[in-house]
Design a protein around this ligand. Structure first.
Ligand code: FMN
Length: 137
């Protein structure tokens, strides 16, 4: 069945410091407000001065957001890893989750990217793992 939804996965280079919690908190607050309005869901992670983001929703809403993202001076070199129709959302309930990736997960992302092997699937897996870490015992 066609859900009419698409998922966009991209990565970009931060122009400010991704280490600044203030920058990230500001971006997340804007994102959550707008995405609630626009029916978009997803997750955002910052690591080593780069962002990776997954966004799900109606194609027209994704197009509008992509235009805004491409002209946002807070990042550059926006590279779309994948955009494709989906049957259902993976990030349902998250207007924009803050995926706090560990240094090891960040290194894994960097490694895959350097080898030209960073796929949407791997990116999504790392973001989901960061949101649902294994329970500590
Ligand atoms: C890394 C990054 C991720 C962003 N993610 C979103 C997002 O998911 N949704 C959104 O509306 N804006 C997002 N933004 C902000 C947009 O680029 C843009 O500034 C904002 O949508 C404009 O909102 P306004 O029209 O309410 O001022 C993001 C910006 C950056 C740098």
């Amino acid at each position: 069945m066609n859900s009419g939804l698409e998922r966009l996965v991209y990565e970009s280079r931060a122009t400010g410091s991704t280490g600044s919690l203030v920058n990230l908190a500001t971006i997340l607050a804007e994102s959550q407000r707008n995405n609630d309005r626009d029916g978009l869901t997803g997750a955002l992670a910052a690591h080593n001065e780069r962002y990776v983001q997954v966004i799900e929703g109606r194609p027209a809403s994704l197009d509008n957001l992509l235009r805004r993202l491409q002209s946002d001076p807070r990042h550059c070199e926006l590279h779309i890893i994948d955009r494709e129709p989906i049957r259902e959302r993976l990030f349902d309930g998250w207007s924009m989750a803050s995926a706090r990736i560990t240094p090891a997960q960040g290194d894994a992302l960097d490694h895959l990217k350097q080898r030209g092997e960073l796929t949407a699937q791997q990116t999504i897996r790392i973001l989901l793992d960061a949101l649902n870490p294994p329970a500590a015992n």
